[in-house]
Ligand binder design. Structure first.
Ligand code: KIV
Ligand code: ZN
Length: 399
């Protein structure tokens, strides 16, 4: 059923809202904090990437966070992504977030409270009834100020199902337009996530008038798989961060979710507004700003994501890229794939590399150069172009 949303109007049933939280949950990972200017540069890049909602920060957390959210809201005063501020359920938190997002053309308040037994008893020291009351009061207060209100059940995936239904019902009755069920500690497996979202959509009155949202942490490396499971079970908002940064092991990586949807339309038939060609440069900007490199084998944006070293793979890619590439490097912003020369490389890639470097060799010369290249590759991890040039320079004929 198509939903009429205060920020987006009528949303087609297969359209997924991308909620980026790089500037809030992402920034909460140790060493990743950003200053105002850096946050503004990231906000600009995220808007160009096509995110629908940008969680700009947690305004009550510090004066700096408040100012960052407010500046980003000012930047998008005339349009752009929905600018969201996070708040706990206390009235002071909510009002601070309201003030921070006010300049934005489209504003959202995201308010949360823990709902699991463990969190309520140990962290909040509140009874379930008091938590339910806080849900109603916090969402009502936020709704008095903005039309677009998201409510989150912190530690939702470890919450008693009946109590979770009661909380979600209270949030919807109080006016929440998005219901987010975080897997706060990355404990859930895809089957858990599917069960929770299906249950809420079936059992909670009013569930068909709101957007359900998935917010998964990556402690077991399942954040992206869980996010896709949530979509299959009816969620239509995904919360994610660039490069998957976030508390502990991080959040679902935005680029991975976006490309899984684009690449596997046959089994995940949903669309987003993400301009995938901008993915790599957004990832690189974040790495530069935070001074944290992306791991080489990171899906989509890692240095090796489109690099081939083994001879068998290089030979295949030279014949037809589709043999070992499931998406084109260009579709996520790389200019090309790369054939990395090392001890696993084969003769076909070596010949291709020589031709790129401007050399043509007869069969005997090629055999000899290839043997010396293999000797060198056994001693060096990666053989660079200049090594190959030095290797063949004295015995070849330049084109
Ligand atoms: O992981 C979490 O539970 C959160 C909430 C504040 C949404 O980040
Ligand atoms: Zn989180």
């Amino acid at each position: 059923m198509a939903i009429n949303h205060p920020s987006f109007g009528t949303i087609a049933d297969n359209r997924v809202i991308v909620f980026d939280t790089t500037l809030r949950d992402g920034e909460q990972s140790p060493g990743f904090s950003m200053n105002l200017e850096e946050k503004l540069r990231m906000a600009e890049a995220l808007a160009e990437l096509g995110v629908d909602v940008m969680e700009a920060g947690f305004p009550i957390a510090s004066q700096g966070d408040f100012e960052s959210v407010q500046s980003i809201a000012q930047r998008f005063a005339k349009g752009g992504p929905v600018v969201c501020g996070l708040s706990r359920s206390a009235p002071g938190d909510i009002l601070r977030a309201v003030e921070a997002v006010k300049p934005a053309a489209r504003q959202r308040i995201h308010t949360f409270i823990s709902t699991s037994d463990l969190h309520m008893r140990v962290k909040l020291r509140m009874t379930p009834e008091a938590v339910l009351e806080a849900v109603t009061n916090s969402v009502s207060l936020a709704r008095n100020h903005v039309a677009d209100v998201e409510w989150s059940a912190e530690d939702g995936s470890r919450t008693d199902p009946d109590f979770l239904c009661r909380c979600v019902e209270a949030a919807i009755k109080a006016g929440a337009t998005t219901i987010n069920i975080p897997d706060t500690v990355g404990y859930a497996v895809p089957e858990d996530i599917a069960r929770i979202f299906s249950m809420l959509r079936e059992r909670v009155p009013g569930a068909d008038g709101v957007i359900f949202s998935a917010h998964n942490h990556d402690d077991l490396g399942l954040a992206v798989a869980n996010t896709i499971a949530a979509l299959h079970a009816g969620a239509r908002q995904v919360e994610a961060t660039i490069n998957g940064i976030g508390e502990r092991a991080g959040n679902a990586a935005l680029e991975e979710v976006a490309m899984a949807l684009r690449t596997r339309q046959d089994v995940i038939p949903f669309s987003t507004g993400i301009v995938t060609q901008n993915i790599l440069r957004t990832s690189r900007l974040l790495a530069t700003i935070t001074s944290f490199d992306v791991q080489p084998n990171k899906a989509i944006v890692g240095r090796n994501a489109f690099a081939h070293e083994s001879g068998i793979h290089q030979d295949g890619v030279l014949k037809d890229k589709a043999t070992y590439e499931i998406m084109t490097p260009e579709s996520v912003g790389w200019t090309t794939n790369s054939l990395v020369m090392g001890k696993h490389s084969g003769r076909a890639a070596f010949r291709d590399k020589l031709s790129m470097l401007g050399y043509t060799l007869g069969d005997n010369q090629l055999n000899d150069a290839f043997r010396r290249f293999k000797d060198l590759a056994d001693r060096k991890k990666v053989v660079y172009d200049e090594d190959i040039v030095a290797l063949v320079d004295d015995e070849v004929v330049r084109i």
